[in-house]
Design a binder for this molecule. Structure first.
Ligand code: FES
Length: 106
């Protein structure tokens, strides 16, 4: 089983069972998790799926490509060292990712 834990900016967490192959953004949207707008639907053109990845999980993720890196500079809340776009993070078998959503995406 794979899970994604979403914590909002106020500290409230939701643990969601995730389907392997879905993105962290799709998992949030399908399960009604607030805090991820995903305006572009995952085509890497909006940055409204910005999340902060827990430090312990960062090393398990594939590195971001140039386009994601560029898009993150346009995110509504300033990017941090652990910023990623959740539409670019794919759920893998047995993964247990922890992300925090910013206070605003727009
Ligand atoms: S959903 Fe638009 S960039 Fe991720």
């Amino acid at each position: 089983m794979s899970t994604v834990t979403y914590t909002d900016h106020a500290g409230e967490s939701r643990v969601v069972e995730a389907t392997v192959g879905d993105s962290v953004m799709e998992t949030a949207v399908r399960n009604g998790v607030p805090g991820i707008v995903a305006e572009c639907g995952g085509s890497l053109s909006c940055a409204t799926c910005h999340v902060f990845v827990a430090e312990a999980d960062l090393a398990s993720l594939p590195p971001m490509d140039e386009m994601e890196d560029e898009m993150l500079w346009g995110a509504a809340e300033d990017r941090r060292d652990n910023s990623r776009l959740s539409c670019q993070l794919t759920v893998t078998e047995g993964s247990d990712l922890h992300v925090t959503t910013p206070s605003t995406q727009v």
